[in-house]
Design a protein around this ligand. Sequence first.
Ligand code: ZN
Length: 406
Amino acid sequence: MATILQHGNLIDGLAAEPLADSLVIYEGEKVLYAGPWRPEEAAKYPGAEVRDVTGKTVMPGLIDVHVHLTLYGKPSSVMDFLVDSATYTALKAADCARKLLEAGFTTVRAMGDKASADFAVKRAINEGMILGPRLLTSGKGISITGGHGDFVPGDVELDTIGETCDGVDQVRRAVRDRLKNNADNIKLMATGGGNSPGPGTVSQLSEEEMRVAVEEAANRGVLTAAHCIGTDGIKRAIRAGVRTIEHGSFIDDEGIEMMLRGEHYLVPTLCAFRTIKHGPEGGVPDYVLEKIQYFATAHYTGLEKAYRAGVRIVCGTDTGTPFNYHGEGAEELELYTKVGMSPMEAIKTATSMAAECLRQGDVGVLAEGKTADLLIVDGDPVADIAVLQDKGKIEVIHNGKKVERR
Ligand SMILES: [Zn+2]
């Protein structure tokens, strides 16, 4: 039976302005119509459930291109990742996935696995065992020895954040291993980072190593992403052809130019800076706080420049890192308005632009033939983007079915 949503405002993910007095019709998993209210369109579905959504906004489900299901947002989440059992990690990841969906994120890309939990959660979601968003997986990040994904001393027996690879052959094997597990994306650690010891800005994987990863991934049409803090690592990743530059803190004018010349997307992950606000009392190690504070100024300056220059920016939150809880990711869009984006531009980073970035042509836009992933928002996100953070005001429809919150 079709569902008709009539007389609401429509944000379709593409148009520059919302459309007043709209009509959205969906049936099963597909959108049949999204556009101006036309009685003759509604009349095509005589048995439909008709809902008057006057005063509400209908918009595409949100997309987050950078989440962690195996980190769960607690101040200790990085240490817990290292010591939690594989079984517990899988259960944790399933819970995180459900929280993301309940908050309106209907498509997410997971960016750092442990014990194949992300692959298992994806399978369980697709088989209908558990509730979660459309999930794109990466497996573990690929890191050099001693890099951002390898910071447990060699004589300590703990799982590490990434898989350690040195040289093109090891990188190639690691990528093929992920492809064997049907990964949707390859995550590369191009530089140091905030939550690992050592300088954050230093370059790690070589351009050659990343190029091999990009080539192997491209053979199977799989995406690539690089964790990048430092200026040189950002440029290495771009030159290697990596599609998404994650964080991009110290991007400079040349890096911005390079991104504009190719098919690259910047993923700002501003929610990760919540550590600065909550970290001092939250038990975050001093070296992490110092580094993240050092990144922040450059990060905001670089992002603002990149935005003004026209770099494609897509919503990624780094959800799961300390103080970055699942279900609170919509704040990322409000933060984008603080670097100059209009609310509608910010919404597009998490809808049409993110879908284009992830090559998920069925989502991110409300139009005939697209997947019925949509939000019915009690309010107007263009007037007040913060309304998207209020789960009490958002009804989530995923694959044409209402998501029941726990
Ligand atoms: Zn991350």
